[in-house]
Design a binder for this molecule. Structure first.
Ligand code: ADP
Length: 454
């Protein structure tokens, strides 16, 4: 569009003003040549100067003086102008303050001085040299430009046509390759919040568009994943809340209505279920704190041995009651190895590892080892079980929030089991390396690695 506009402007000027520009430039040349000659008349070699200036500017020069002192070199149309015409020109020039441009130059008797020339410009300038008048005449033939203008017109028409066609083709190509994909991306992105961005069939040759499209596809997948996981979580949490509440309600009513049922065992059931509820609520609060970036660590120094043996004691009795072989594998020398952590948070991580070790084990001879391994000053704290193990393809995902290998919800035996994503956040907040090693149907070892602070 822009190019066509520029071409149009050039075309307009060339066809309408070319003739005027040409005439104006010829007039300027004649005036300049006459001025230069006037300045050089007093010089010794003035004659040779007229010749060169006339030739170089393609103009005809004639100097008229009383003493015919100046040569008028070369064949020049002005040479044939008779003396009467010269006198009439001189008068006109004098009456016009010493200089005049003559258009359609005619002789004093009314005939064009050069019949063979269609159009001619003559510039006359009068000066005085040593009190004697001198008339400088300079002329130039004006070539008619009609033919040139019509050539330019047809050339411009062809050029304009080529430019318009090329511009349309280019615009179509650009629109197909550049604008269409971004328009499609833009249209599709309106569905992103609903997780309905479809970008796979958008072809982009531009690298940045392609990256944008890929990012939006990934964002869409994340939205779908989070949405699905949230629905699952809601379903699981409501299930986990309902079960202890039903138990508490049922046992409470039983104790109230049947006197013999008012015993320690039944009251303990109510207390256990209330504890379970409290675990669940605590985990939910933690997750919401982490999501709102409000988790603050309260670090203190603790010996590694004290840390793991505290956790061990928490589960010792329970595992015994469940016939689970539970072992602490930590050297007592670790009593002198101190680490700086938020003790409650790190214990929470280990509780989650142990709860999972208990939950995801269907074998009769359940075994769990809580241990510390010294790898040249880097201490690996681990929980190893002989449970169902984790498939290699699931290993990376289990740390994701709400991810479950087995999609059918099984109520956890201890704690809420929202777990590993919380562990991940807590360990990352401590800047600790962590992971899992597992073989399906054989074992899983969850661990984190920590350096001593002393
Ligand atoms: P939840 O226990 O509520 O499913 P987690 O985040 O604690 O949530 O665990 C995520 C998933 O990792 C579990 O669903 C389970 O499939 C798998 N997992 C965790 N710990 C173990 C383990 N010790 N053995 C086998 N699978 C495990």
């Amino acid at each position: 569009m822009f190019i066509v506009l520029i071409l149009g402007i050039i075309y307009f000027f060339q066809t309408n003003f070319l003739d005027d520009f040409y005439r104006k430039s010829k007039e300027n040349t004649l005036e300049q040549v006459a001025d230069n000659i006037a300045n050089s008349l007093s010089k010794e070699d003035a004659n040779s100067y007229f010749e060169s200036v006339g030739l170089s500017n393609e103009v005809c020069v004639r100097i008229v003086s009383n003493n015919n002192k100046y040569n008028n070199p070369g064949a020049c149309i002005l040479r044939s102008v008779d003396s009467n015409t010269i006198n009439s020109i001189y008068r006109d020039v004098e009456n016009n303050n010493g200089s005049k441009m003559f258009y359609n130059f005619v002789s004093y008797d009314g005939f064009p001085i050069a019949r063979e020339v269609k159009d001619m410009l003559v510039y006359g300038k009068s000066i005085n040299i040593n009190d004697s008048p001198v008339l400088i005449l300079v002329s130039s033939i004006i070539t008619p430009l009609n033919a040139t203008i019509s050539t330019i017109k047809s050339q411009y028409f062809i050029i304009a046509l080529i430019v318009v066609v090329a511009t349309i083709i280019l615009a179509l190509i650009i629109s197909r390759l550049m604008i269409r994909p971004i328009k499609k991306i833009n249209d599709e992105s309106k569905n992103l919040s609903k997780g309905k961005y479809i970008g796979e069939d958008i072809k982009c040759i531009n690298k940045e568009y392609d990256e944008l499209n890929r990012t939006l596809i990934e964002a869409n997948e994340d939205i779908l994943k989070a949405d699905k996981a949230k629905k699952e979580l809601l379903a699981n949490v409501s299930h986990d809340l309902r079960t202890p509440l039903t138990m508490i309600e049922g046992y409470g009513e039983m104790i109230r209505d049947i006197e013999e049922e008012n015993n320690e065992e039944n009251i303990n059931v109510i207390i256990d279920e209330a504890k379970r509820l409290s675990y669940l609520v605590d985990d939910l609060i933690d997750i919401s704190r982490i999501e709102n970036s409000k988790l603050v660590l309260h670090k203190s120094k603790i010996s590694l041995y004290e840390l793991v043996s505290d956790v061990y004691r928490q589960y010792e009795k329970y595992c015994e009651s469940q016939n689970v072989f539970f072992k602490l594998d930590a050297q007592t020398s670790l009593q002198n190895v101190y680490v700086e952590v938020d003790v409650n948070r790190i214990k929470q991580v280990l509780y989650n590892f142990i709860n999972n070790a208990l939950n995801y084990n269907d074998k009769d001879n359940q075994e769990i080892v809580l241990g510390v391994e010294d790898n040249d000053g880097l201490y690996r704290v681990f929980v190893k079980d002989n449970g169902r193990g984790i498939k290699q393809e699931d290993v990376d995902n289990i740390w994701d929030r709400y991810y479950k290998v087995d999609k059918t919800h099984v109520r956890n035996h201890i704690g809420s089991g929202i777990g590993l994503s919380l562990c991940k956040e807590l360990l990352e907040a401590h800047e600790l390396n962590y992971g899992v090693e597992s073989v399906l149907d054989e074992y899983s070892t969850f661990y984190f690695e920590i350096k001593a602070c002393n």
